[in-house]
Design a protein around this ligand. Structure first.
Ligand SMILES: [Zn+2]
Length: 168
């Protein structure tokens, strides 16, 4: 049925998203996820013996950096996260400077569950990963990730795989 998407990030980045959400509480934080979509140009199956059917679904994309944004919605910064065209330009510029791409967006839900709202759905684009961190009474709680389906009617959930930073 639904595809299983995967999003890798290290503990440090996950902490930074949570901290950003706590800092802006009771308002929403938001930012861009910079990284790589491993479906592009990367061999998914290192063993080579087994066929990998669809790299797009089996190979996780990876968050490698964050680009925090200012929540520009002055009217309702508590529950109205929206990325503007200027945000997209700035985030893409930052990504390019680090040899990365914008693979998604994160924002917080102050005192609300980490589930996309109707507003989120209406303002989301397919392909991107949307990370939502719930911040309850100022303390970061559940963190989830979603991708809008191509029909824009619904989301698929995306598993966040948090790992310890590998020291290179
Ligand atoms: Zn939201």
């Amino acid at each position: 049925m639904a595809e299983t998407f995967r999003l890798k990030m290290n503990q440090d980045l996950a902490e930074r998203i949570r901290r950003h959400g706590a800092e802006t509480f009771p308002y929403e934080c938001c930012g861009a996820l910079l990284g790589r979509d491993s479906a592009v140009g990367e061999k998914v199956n290192p063993e080579g013996s087994e066929r990998s059917e669809s790299p797009r679904e089996t190979s996780p994309r990876e968050v490698l950096d964050l680009f925090p944004l200012v929540n520009r919605r002055d009217d309702s910064p508590r529950n109205r996260f929206a990325v503007t065209a200027a945000d997209v330009r700035d985030a893409e510029k930052a990504a390019r400077e680090h040899g990365l791409e914008v693979i998604g967006w994160y924002h917080s839900h102050p005192d609300h569950p980490a589930r996309p709202s109707q507003f989120d759905r209406e303002h989301a684009w397919p392909w991107y990963s949307y990370v939502i961190v719930s911040v309850m009474s100022g303390a970061p709680a559940e963190m989830t990730s979603w991708r809008l389906n191509d029909d824009r009617e619904d989301y698929s959930s995306e598993n966040i795989e948090i790992r310890n930073r590998a020291l290179a």
